[in-house]
Design a protein around this ligand. Structure first.
Ligand code: COA
Length: 169
């Protein structure tokens, strides 16, 4: 299988915040943003693997800034590392100022997707080779995050989480 880069899976989704998508403070409802990020991440994972993909876990979400009603929101997703059948997808969420067009980072998130066959069984995905400094950084941390996610899901014994243990040694 041909090795791919994060640019091969890069997915950009831009949309507005409508009244039905807000909380009582008139900011974007968290669940709505999670759904938008899940869609963009799913497309990125599909572009990388060219397979059916399912969300295996949401590893991290930082709702750093509220996104007000009427904002133009851009969700950018790209695969940051591929393992055997799973892929880490890194998301950056931006808000665009109406007058200046300047973009401000609103949120960041990390999702894990698994490529599956028609019967839902995990299927192999191409390897990923990072190109930029940021892509290298995200690639390097992905194994640690995978192990943390597996430990939290009860699918890996903490004693086997070598990358996590290395942080504390
Ligand atoms: C995701 C799913 C396919 C994994 O199946 P599984 O039987 O656990 O398969 P495996 O144990 O072989 O794991 C497959 C891969 O997923 C990874 N994985 C599984 N659970 C994970 C988790 N919580 N966090 C990170 N990675 C995980 C494994 O590490 C493995 O990765 P690798 O092949 O790259 O090494 C299965 O749990 C599933 O279908 N879940 C439902 C998905 C879904 O419907 N999502 C939408 C929710 S509404």
């Amino acid at each position: 299988m041909q090795t791919k880069t994060p640019s091969d899976s890069k997915t950009i989704m831009t949309d507005m915040v409508l009244p039905s998508e807000t909380n009582p403070l008139n900011n974007l409802f968290g669940g709505e943003l999670l759904a938008r990020m899940d869609r963009a991440a799913s497309i990125a994972a599909r572009r990388h693997s060219r397979r059916i993909v399912v969300t295996a876990s949401v590893n991290h979400v930082a709702f750093t800034r509220a996104v007000p009603l009427g904002s133009v929101v851009t969700v950018e997703a790209a695969v940051s590392r591929a393992f055997k059948s799973s892929m880490e997808v890194y998301l950056d969420v931006w808000m665009e100022d109406r007058e200046t067009g300047m973009r401000t980072k609103a949120n960041e998130a990390i999702y894990t997707f698994v490529a599956v066959d028609d019967t839902g069984r995990p299927d192999a995905v191409p390897a990923l080779s990072p190109e930029t400094e940021l892509e290298e950084e995200r690639y390097a941390g992905a194994l640690r995050r995978k192990q943390l996610s597996l430990v939290l899901a009860g699918k890996m014994a903490p004693k086997d989480a070598t990358e996590l243990k290395a942080i504390f040694e």
